[in-house]
Design a protein around this ligand. Structure first.
Ligand SMILES: [Zn+2]
Length: 420
């Protein structure tokens, strides 16, 4: 039997842009000289060596409203004095590839187990990107800033509802399957695997019944994400408007996706449960192949939805793929950083996951994860110790064990960081 293998790719939206002056404070403000391409994400425990090296000048932090953060790194033993952390909010872009920044915090650290820890509360109204500098005696800090982490603790609930948004005409590969039965199986499996959070209700929505956009999504025409409209994420359907239900996870079910072997995608660390860009997880009932298209077993569709939702809440692949490296550029993040998920060194060496199937060139959304299926069989994934983890990047049809305790704790922590 040929195994289906999923591939995923993520694309950073955090652009490398230059800092631009704004802000007048009595204390000297050290603006980021250049905003690095590297970011820290809430509660991420991957090594992040590259991100860590930019704390003093231009590291990006993804922040959410009313969430308490603790940015920390190893204190440089060679430097007795501790630097001050300055935080800047990214504003609008201006000419010359520059972006406005606004100074929002100046913080002094406390020391804890050989680390410098800076705590702050984000009082933004929306998710945002803040950028760091470290100053010591009015200059950029020159010490080392290894093993940087952004711990986050949010006030939001650990309960999640789901909208399954059936978009256009969806025929299932299995003749006895329909969207109602699929929804039932999806809910059952979300509850089976996401045991650290409460999966409240799963609603089946129909795009053609959307109160304002319904006319754009005829019920009898198969929707092909990326072809029927230019937006692969169909993000205008996110934030489904329904009295009494807001801020659910919106899973858009389409006929298929206009990229070969792509089964689904989401935005890593999207954290957007309220609509707009990044608010959707997209899955297809079929996938595009070089010779046409092929139907997917519902079990694969469900695994895809669960895997992509894991990325949505900030789970990395247990073993990174070459495609991950091409967009993350940080080779220290070859595994997810959890101590209870093994990684597969042989997979990294195998070359199996080296293929980078680029999406359309206008595909520029944040940290996108894309799932590929292929019959490529040059590497037997069963030899990997993490091959049955839900976040393993090559998933076979024969079943998954699910998530580990640390992965589940991570999902719960981040659900409570993402406003809903
Ligand atoms: Zn993935």
């Amino acid at each position: 039997m040929t195994k289906k293998v999923f591939y995923m790719l993520w694309i950073p939206f955090l652009l490398a842009v230059s800092g631009c002056f704004e802000g007048t404070e009595s204390e000297p403000i050290l603006l980021p000289e250049r905003i690095s391409a590297f970011a820290l994400y809430p509660n991420d425990v991957a090594a992040n060596d590259s991100a860590s090296s930019y704390v003093a000048n231009g590291l990006q932090l993804l922040v959410h409203p009313e969430v308490t953060y603790s940015l920390s790194f190893d204190k440089d033993p060679a430097i007795a004095e501790n630097p001050t952390l300055q935080l800047f909010r990214l504003g609008s872009k201006v000419d010359g590839g520059k972006v406005m920044t606004k100074h929002v915090r100046t913080l002094r650290p406390h020391e804890e187990n050989g680390r410098l820890v800076y705590k702050f509360l984000c009082e933004e109204n929306d998710r945002n990107v803040w950028v760091t500098t470290l100053s010591l005696n009015g200059e950029y800090y020159r010490g080392t800033t290894r093993h940087a982490r952004l711990e986050a603790s949010g006030p939001y609930s650990d309960t999640l509802s789901i909208n399954l948004i059936v978009t256009g005409r969806v025929d299932f590969y299995e003749s006895d399957m329909d969207e109602k039965l699929f929804a039932k199986m999806l809910l059952k499996n979300f509850r089976k695997y996401y045991t650290s959070i409460v999966i409240d209700t799963l609603y089946v929505r129909y795009a053609h019944e959307h109160p304002t956009l319904g006319g754009k999504y005829p019920a009898d025409v198969p929707w092909i994400a990326g072809r029927s409209s230019g937006d692969y994420f169909v993000s205008e359907l996110g934030g489904w408007p329904e009295a009494g239900l807001k801020n659910a996870l919106d899973i858009v079910l389409v006929h298929r996706i206009e990229m070969e072997w792509v089964l689904g995608y989401s935005l890593m660390y999207s954290g957007n449960l309220y609509g707009g860009p990044g608010s959707t997880v997209v899955i297809g009932a079929y996938n595009k192949t070089p010779s046409g298209e092929s139907g997917l077993p519902s079990a694969s569709m469900i695994s895809t939805a669960i895997h992509e939702t894991g990325h949505f809440f900030g789970l990395r692949h247990t073993t990174a793929t070459q495609a991950d490296f091409e967009v993350d550029s940080d080779f220290s993040n070859y595994e997810d950083g959890f101590t209870d998920t093994p990684y597969c060194a042989d997979l990294l060496k195998s070359g199996l996951l080296k293929r980078n199937i680029g999406p359309a060139s206008d595909f520029v959304l944040p940290l996108a994860h894309i799932t590929y299926a292929t019959s490529d069989n040059e590497f037997n994934v069963d030899q990997c110790p993490d091959s049955r983890n839900m976040m393993f990047p090559a998933v076979n049809d024969e079943g998954m064990d699910g998530f580990t305790a640390q992965q589940l704790a991570h999902v719960r922590k981040n659900l409570m960081v993402f406003p809903h």
